[in-house]
Each structure stands twice: as C-alpha cells, then as structure tokens.
Design a protein. Structure first.
Lengths: 729, 115
C-alpha cells in the first residue's frame, strides 16, 4: 500500500478538511491503482513498470486533485455543518431532555414551597370565595399563619358555620386554645367568647355547647379514679372484670353549674360536629382533575389537611358529669342523677351518629361505655339492681362488639393489599383498612407504575449520557494530545446505519417491553409496586440491558465497518465460535429470567404477601444483578480487542463516533418514551375518583364501621324522640 | 479515432448511469467495461471517472457501499461498489430521451436526413 501513498496524498490533499471523506476517497483510489497495476503485471510488465503505468493511466494528478475537490466541495460543506451540529447540539440536547424529564419527576420527591403548593391552574375559574378556601388550606401553613388564614375566611364570610368551625379547629391545633392546662379567668373568658360566637353562627350544632361545658368543667373541677367504687364487665371469654368509677372534686360550683347548663343545652341540639369533614369535602370539590401523580398527592394532602379539634376534652366532660351523677345518686337526687347518665349516652349517640371518621366513632363508643358503666353504679346506689344488671349486660355486649371489630381491623386483607400500590400500601398500614373496606386501587396503582417507568427511563438515559460524556472526554483528551495523523476521527455511519441502530437498539426493545407490559399484561400490572418491586426492577434492568447491549454493539459494529472501509486498523470481529460460551451463559440467565417471569405470572413464584420494606421479591433483584454482571462481563470480553496497541487510533475514533449516536438515541428515547409515559400517568391520575385509604370523609361509608354508626343514628333518633315527648309531657 | 474531450466529458454521466442500471460496479470495473464495449474507441482517462461518481453520489443519483472483492480476483481486499438510485434511473431515462432527440436533430443536419 505504501507504494501509492505519495500519489494518493497528493490527489486527496485538498480534502483534508474532512478527514473521513479524505480517507474514504484515498482508499478508493488505492484500490483502483492496485487493480490497475495488477492488470499491467498480468500483461507482462515488471512491478515498477506496472506501478508507473497505473499511475499514468489515472491521468494528470494536479487536474484530478482539483476535480476531486470540486466534486466533493458541496458534500464537505454539508458534512461539516452536520459534524458541527452533532458536536454542538446532540450532547447538550440529550442533557436538556434529561433535565426536562427530571423536572417532571422532581416534584414527587422534593418538598414544595408554600407559594408553589397550590398550582395556578387549580385556581382557574374559581370564585373569590373558592380561591380563599383552597389557598388557605396549604399544609405548609403552620401556627399563627394557619390561624390567620382560617380567620381571614371567616372574617370575609362571617355567617358560614364551616369556615368558623375551621377557624376554631385551627386555634385548637396551634395551641391558641387547648385542653392541656387549667385556664385562668381571662383565658377562659376569651375562649368562651370565641365559642359563643360559634354558637351564634352555627346554632343547631352542639359542638360549641359541649366544648364550652368541657372548658368550664376543666376550670371548675378535677376528676380521678375512685378505687372504692367499681362497675362490672363480662368479657368475650365470660370472665368478670371490675373497672373503677371516676370521682369528682369541684372547686368552683358556679362554674360547674354553668358547665352542666351548657351540657344540657347541647343535648337538645340536632347534631354534634366539628365541621372538619365538611371543610375537607368543600376543598375536595374545588380541586380539578390531577394531571399526574404528584398533582394527585398534593391535592390529597391539601384535601385532608384539615385541623380536627382534640376530642379528649369531651371524654373529660363525660367523666365529670358521670362522677357528679354518682354523687347525686348518693345524695338521693335520683332523677337528676339518671338524667345526667342518660345525657352522657345521648352525647355519645350525637357524636357517633354524625361521625365521618373512625376516631369520632371510637370516641363516641368510649363515652357510651363509660356512661353504661357508671349507670350500673348509679342504679346500685338507687337500689335498682335489675336496671344495674341490664346496664351491665348492655355494657358487656357493647365491649364485645367493639373488640370484635377492633381485632378484625388488624387482619389486613393481604390479597387486597397486593393490588394497592406503594402509596395506598403505606397509608393502608396507617389506617389498617377497616373491615369490609373496598376501593378501586387501579388508577393510583397504574399512575405509580408509570412513575416507576419514568424513573427507570430517567436513570437509563442518565447512564447513557454519562457514558457519552465519558467517551467524549476521552476523545477530547486524544484530540488535544495526539499527533495530527492519530487524532480521533468523527465517523458518520450513514443515515441508514443510524436508522438501523435506532430501530434495532431502541424501537424494538421498547416495543417488546410495551407489548409485554401494557398489551399482553403478562407483567401482572394488576398488582401494585409494593408487591412487584423486585420483578419490576428485573424487567427494567433487562430492557435497559438489551438497549445498552444493542446500542453499543450495533454502534460499535457500524463504526468498525466504516473505519475498516477508510483503512484504519480495526480489531477482528468476534466470531460465533469465540462467543459460544458467553452466549451459553447469557442464554442460561435469559432462561432463568423467563422462567421467573412466567412462574411469577402463572402463580408459583408469587411472594406470599406484599412486603416492600423487606424487599421480598428478592429473586427478581438477584436475577437483575446477574443480568447486570453478565452484561458487564460481555462488554469487557467483546470490546477487549479495542485495547490492542495497533487499534489505538480506531479506539479513539470509536469513542468519538459513538458520542453522537448515544446522544441521538437519548434524545429520541427521552422525547418519545417520556411523552408516552407522562401521558399514561396523566390518564391514570385523571381516572382516580375520590381517594382510598386516605378517604377520611368516606372512611365509615366504605367499611363495616358504618353499621356502628347506623346503631348510633337509631339510638340518637330514639333518644331525641323520647326527649321531645318528655318535653311535651 | 479519438473523440474530442468535450464529447467524452458530456457523455460520461449517462454512460455511468447506463452501466449501473443492471448491477452495482466499482470504478475500475466501469473503466474496463467501457473500454471493452467500445473497442477502445471511448478510452477514458481513468481518473476522470471518480469526480463524476462523487458528484452523482452527492446528488443522490447513485449510492455507494464498501464490500469484499471476490476471493478469486483480489483476496482480502475491499472495493467500493456503486449502485443506481431511483433518482438516477429517472435521470437516465431523461438523458436517453435527450440523446435520442439530439441524435435525430444532429443527424438531420450532418447526414442530410429528413427535415
């Protein structure tokens, strides 16, 4: 080949601005001269004569060099622009795509500031009042700020009982008023003024009367356990238990009498509610369809973050009233004593019948039980042993009933939880899924799966961009330190080459995975990520591994072929014979993956329960590690030839030429897959109707606890009717 | 008989397209085929072919790919084969028609044919 170097260099010298094209033309001319010289040799010429004849037959070198330059000038200019574009635009473009994808995901994991919590789009089309309600609900508002926000709404719309209830609840929550200490006169006055105003705004709600009564009791008396007086309870096993009654020590009789008066006023009112659930519903109705999972989660938090006044004060009120009832029974004031005991039961029924959540319902039960227990003591003091016995039986029945329900709450339906998804899984663990609780987990679960795929995509693309930057960095160093003839060349593998790489390395694996995951549903998307985490990780790793292997393998082959064409020394292509045992190991791992996935899908490999915390789908994770290890090994073995000394120039050229291929792949995959996944997530988020485990407002409606509330409603109706009849008589 | 340089230069594009019409060829092969088919009357300066091939390739009339030379001819060597593209076939048809018309017109004058 050296024979022609001088001539070929002369012919292609003007093409040196495009090293790849120059090498390509040079190689073509060399091949021509070789063929030509071989023919002259066949005609009987000596080597020297044949070389000279071939060179002469080619024509005038100066004229040919000029014609070659003229013929390729336009091509050189276009290729120069493309090369410049690929250097300047592709890698930054890939980084930009990653940043856009990252911004879409970051909101889920990053804290949101107060200003950004409520998206501007949520407020579109809302009236001033609606905006007020929504904007004041930021869960990031704390302390005085939260109270001020609640106050501003009730100041603007002073006759709305829900807004005022919210204001009072915020004052409780942030310690402006709370049951934790005995109030002095000024503080009591201030608190009673707030509650009096509430009573004027919400006259049919016993909340303000009972709360006032609770405060007055706190200010006027102390209650403690009376170990000398007990009532009986027979448990589920038929064993008799004795429970101490409460005793009261009154410091300020006038205040205590005011407390009893408020208590009795409250008993005559139609309902007893903190209005917290009403506020949640109000906010929930104002929120638009979520555009994604993060929108949904923020909306959910916004909807449920409503202050609920501490209900312990009512328990203390009930205990004080019951202890006082016993004192009255001992003092012979039987009728008043029975009225107070009945009053406590009515208060419990009032709270239970309007309960929207389990906390309210359990508090109502607890107050009722204390009422029934103390009723035993009151009737015993009055000598009405049959009544006392009856109260004890009702008490025991109520205890058995509630214990049965509470113990069954611990029995989480594992089958149901498998379908829940991570979000509902953890929230479900908090609320323990009340028995009979049914909910459609599909939209939330699907949205989560899309988010997981988005995270997988983002990590994969980050990995590819890091690889491109690493290769680009190595190529740049070579460009700086190498001599002109050894500098890496940016090879163009041709549009069809790029098309083939994109199709085989990206479109096919992504399409196969999409088919597997979303069309054939073989990936068991009916289960949540809390159950399928390991398996999903394996799926992502296999898909990403396939993309990386194909992208690097095909990219390497294309660049190698091109480099060979232009005369660079390239490592030999691995033959199947050399790959045989690597292929065998790969096939074994692939077989294990397929067996695992099929076994998972068909049933036998499914874990017993969703145990995300313990990462129970450990087999999937192990297989994922095996796949990664194999691919790394494959890569090292496959590309080992690159490190031959004679292939140095090719290695540097490969590094440089792979950068635009990888960057282009990242841009294509990022745009199309990112768009498709975001669309899927948005579509799933829009299908979410209401909420599930966090559905405070429907907690009772959706579970077997509603039966208890129905009992309270019936009891309340009956007691109110009786009271009405009594009043008429 | 030697043809004028301008005549050869003007005919090189339709000849290359016509050669590639049936099968892909490499540069040296085209030179040999032309010399053989014309009995040496249309003897190209070999080098002049390559600028034309490159111009046609840049214009999308032909495409090129590297492939191994047949083992019995030049073992272990690679050659650049050119193939005609769809645009090249259209151009060839146009050039043929143009040549026919030109031929008729020139014949009518030079050889005294029908007017």
């Amino acid at each position: 080949m050296k024979t022609w170097d001088k001539l070929v260099d002369l012919l292609t010298d003007r093409l040196r601005v495009d090293p790849e094209l120059r090498l390509d033309v040079a190689e073509e001319l060399r091949a021509h001269l070789e063929d030509s010289a071989a023919e002259f040799r066949q005609a009987g010429q000596s080597d020297e004569e044949a070389v000279a004849s071939a060179a002469k037959a080619l024509g005038d070198p100066q004229q040919l060099a000029d014609e070659l330059w003229q013929a390729n000038r336009r091509r050189i200019r276009i290729r120069g622009v493309l090369r410049w574009g690929s250097r300047v635009a592709l890698v930054p473009g890939a980084i930009l795509v990653i940043l856009i994808l990252m911004m879409g995901l970051v909101e889920i994991f990053m804290p949101v500031n107060k200003e950004g919590y409520i998206s501007a789009s949520w407020l579109e089309g809302l009236s001033e009042e609606q905006r007020f309600v929504l904007e004041s609900g930021s869960p990031l508002m704390l302390g005085t700020e939260a109270i001020e926000a609640a106050k501003s709404i009730t100041d603007r719309w002073p006759n709305n009982p829900v807004y005022y209830g919210n204001y009072v609840a915020q004052m409780y929550t942030w310690g402006e008023i709370s049951f934790d200490e005995q109030p002095n006169v000024d503080r009591l006055k201030k608190i009673l003024a707030v509650l009096d105003k509430g009573e004027r705004i919400d006259p049919d709600n016993a909340f303000y009367n009972f709360t006032k009564a609770a405060w007055l009791v706190l200010a006027s008396s102390d209650v403690s356990k009376d170990t000398t007086r007990t009532y009986d309870m027979v448990n589920q096993e038929g064993k008799l238990h004795q429970i101490s009654c409460w005793k009261i020590e009154i410091h300020d009789l006038d205040l205590f009498k005011r407390a009893l008066a408020e208590f009795k006023v409250g008993l005559g009112k139609g309902e007893f509610t903190t209005r917290a659930a009403d506020m949640i519903e109000l906010r929930g109705r104002l929120l638009p369809e979520p555009r994604g999972l993060q929108d949904y989660m923020r909306q959910q938090t916004l909807a449920v973050v409503v202050a609920i006044p501490p209900l312990g004060g009512y328990k203390k009120l009930a205990r004080s009233v019951l202890a006082h009832a016993i004192d009255l029974a001992v003092a012979g004031q039987h009728e008043e004593s029975v009225d107070l005991v009945d009053g406590v039961e009515l208060m419990a029924a009032k709270l239970g019948s309007r309960a929207r959540d389990i906390v309210d319902l359990l508090l109502a039960h607890s107050i009722r039980l204390e009422g029934l227990g103390h009723a035993q003591c009151v009737y015993k003091e009055m000598g009405l042993l049959d009544q006392a016995q009856f109260a004890q039986e009702v008490y025991s029945q109520a205890v058995t009933q509630i214990r049965k329900v509470i113990s069954s709450r611990a029995l989480i339906d594992e089958n149901q939880l498998r379908h829940a998804g991570v979000f509902d899984h953890f929230v479900g663990l908090i609320t323990r899924f009340p028995p009979g609780y049914t909910v459609d987990f599909e939209p939330r679960r699907t949205a989560e799966q899309f988010v997981a795929a988005e995270i997988g995509l983002l990590l994969s693309l980050c990995l590819l961009v890091l690889l491109a930057l690493l290769l680009g960095g190595l190529a740049l160093v070579s460009l700086i330190i190498q001599r002109p003839g050894n500098k890496p060349i940016l090879l163009f593998v041709g549009w069809s080459g790029i098309g083939k790489i994109c199709l085989l390395a990206i479109v096919v694996p992504v399409a196969v995975y999409a088919l597997y995951a979303y069309v054939l549903t073989a990936s068991d998307r009916v289960y949540g990520l809390n159950y399928t985490a390991g398996k999903t990780l394996l799926e992502f790793v296999v898909t990403l591994g396939a993309i990386c292997v194909l992208l690097l393998g095909l990219g390497y082959s294309a660049v190698r072929r091109r480099a060979e064409e232009i005369g660079l020394v390239v490592p030999p292509a691995l033959r199947l014979r050399d790959r045989r045992w690597i292929a065998c190991v790969g096939a074994l791992i692939a077989l294990a993956v397929v067996v695992y996935l099929v076994g998972w899908w068909a049933g036998p490999f499914k874990p017993k329960g969703p145990r995300l915390r313990q990462f129970d789908s450990i087999h999937g994770a192990f297989l994922a590690i095996a796949v990664v290890a194999f691919l790394l090994f494959w890569g090292l073995r496959e590309f080992a030839g690159l490190y031959w000394r004679k292939c140095d120039h090719f290695r540097r050229t490969l590094y440089r030429s792979l950068v635009p291929i990888i960057a282009a792949a990242v841009i294509v995959v990022g745009i199309f897959c990112g768009w498709a996944l975001a669309r899927g997530e948005s579509s799933a988020a829009k299908r979410i109707t209401g909420s599930s485990a966090m559905d405070f407002c429907n907690e009772l409606e959706r579970s077997d606890f509603r039966l208890f509330r129905e009992n309270f409603i019936a009891q309340h109706t009956e007691m109110m009717n009786r009271q009405e009849l009594g009043t008429r008589d | 008989m030697d043809f004028s340089k301008d005549l050869i230069r003007g005919s090189i594009v339709p000849i290359v397209l016509a050669l590639l019409k049936d099968r892909p060829m490499y540069g040296y092969e085209m030179v040999k085929v032309v010399n053989a088919r014309t009995g040496g009357r249309l003897e190209w300066k070999e080098g002049t072919l390559y600028p034309t091939l490159h111009r046609l390739q840049a214009g999308g009339f032909i495409s090129a790919r590297w492939a191994d030379a047949p083992a019995d001819e030049a073992p272990g060597r690679k050659r650049k084969y050119y193939s005609i593209a769809r645009k090249g076939r259209t151009e060839l048809a146009r050039r043929r028609e143009e040549w026919r018309q030109f031929d008729l017109a020139v014949n009518a004058i030079m050889l005294g044919g029908a007017t």
